[in-house]
Design a protein around this ligand. Structure first.
Ligand code: HMG
Ligand code: MG
Length: 304
């Protein structure tokens, strides 16, 4: 096990992209600021995608510009194609993320093209990013199962991961988009991918639909993967992945890591405050077990 784990905070992007309640740009900016103040200095803050596909991410340029004013932080945004890349760069992006799928069904549903076509769309993005000195992160979705195609072979994940790596992505984030994986499957998938991309360059992006995400992360850490994508409060989901719920909650990940003696640099009180503020706006309590437990403890303490 490592004594260093990097968290990539997903709340403002993956966390909010599936919400029915519209969250203002100002509230999204305040969320980013609160997360960074809590120590979550690597944060995905928006997406330059079709406003018809994901209206929740309209205004990502304003969120990115505001985030970029903060004294610390590395801010990521999703781009599906050159059009998104151009808009991201115009808003001052320094890190962009392209997103492919390991399964054809999800690729078609999410970005309206085959896996091979999506790679063709990413090629000019990566070429321009290289020329512009912009870092590109690569996602592979549906690494442990697809809502349309069912089982996904580890070799299929490895193929897409290798392609993105060879194109020049600095890190490959492996998404259990619908949160169906279990530790042995996660381990087998990571081993398959690590034949092509070093574990030091992999990230785990696990949704928690079936409550397995922490166990899967632990298995992944045992395999040598130490970058974790998570979302404050366990927010998240993808409108094109039926049945998927939130990302693993940042609070739950921090609690586990700190409990294992792995320092995270995250202030749990400040993180909880950021989560509670967003949860009030969304009109429902956070799904994070740790956030719920800490909120209950506080309510009890306030009564006595
Ligand atoms: P398309 O319809 O095939 O694209 O969509 P198109 O090129 O034919 O363009 C159609 C319209 O979209 C045109 O506008 C374009 O200008 C516009 P119109 O003429 O109809 O007014 N357009 C854009 N607008 C803004 N920004 C752009 C852009 N590109 C085209 N970049 C497309 C293809 C990829 C654009 C669309 O399907 C799309 O935006 N999909 C986004 C889906 C998405 O954001 N999903 C959620 C994020 S992925 C995720 O959550 C998984 C992840 O978390 C990892 C995991 O959990 O596994 C990352
Ligand atoms: Mg996701």
């Amino acid at each position: 096990m490592s004594d260093r784990v990097q968290i990539v905070e997903m709340g403002p992007r993956d966390g909010l992209q599936n919400e029915k309640v519209s969250v203002s740009v100002e509230a999204r900016i305040a969320f980013v600021e609160a997360l960074v103040a809590a120590g979550l200095t690597t944060c995905e803050v928006g997406a330059f995608v079709s406003p018809k596909a994901i209206p929740q991410m309209v205004g990502s340029d304003q969120v990115l510009r505001a985030a970029s004013q903060l004294p610390v932080g590395e801010f990521h945004v999703l781009v599906p194609n050159e059009k998104g890349y151009e808009a991201a760069i115009a808003a001052g992006a320094k890190v962009v993320s392209v997103f492919a799928s390991a399964s054809e069904g999800f690729s078609r549903a999410n970005i309206n093209c085959s896996i091979a076509e999506s790679i063709e769309r990413f090629k000019p993005v990566l070429a321009r990013a290289k020329a512009d000195g912009i870092k590109v992160r690569g996602y592979v979705s549906c690494v442990l199962g697809c809502p349309f195609d069912g089982e996904v072979k580890p070799s299929a994940v490895a193929d897409v991961a290798k392609t993105l790596w060879d194109l020049g992505c600095y890190e490959i984030s492996l998404g259990d988009t619908i949160g169906v994986g279990t530790p042995a499957k996660a381990r087998a998938m990571l081993r398959a991918v690590s034949g092509d991309v070093s574990t030091a360059k992999l990230a785990m992006h696990f949704h928690d639909t079936y409550g397995q995400a922490l166990a899967n992360l632990y298995a992944g850490m045992e395999e040598g993967v130490f970058v974790i994508d998570s979302a404050a409060g366990g927010l998240g989901g993808c409108p094109y992945a039926p049945g998927a719920t939130g990302n693993v909650a940042t609070e739950d990940v921090i609690y586990m890591l700190e409990g294992m003696g792995v320092p995270t640099g995250v202030d749990m009180d400040k993180l909880l405050a950021a989560t509670n503020q967003m949860s009030t706006l969304l009109g429902r309590p956070p799904v994070s077990r740790v956030a719920s437990a800490l909120n209950a403890k506080r309510r009890k303490a306030a009564k006595v």
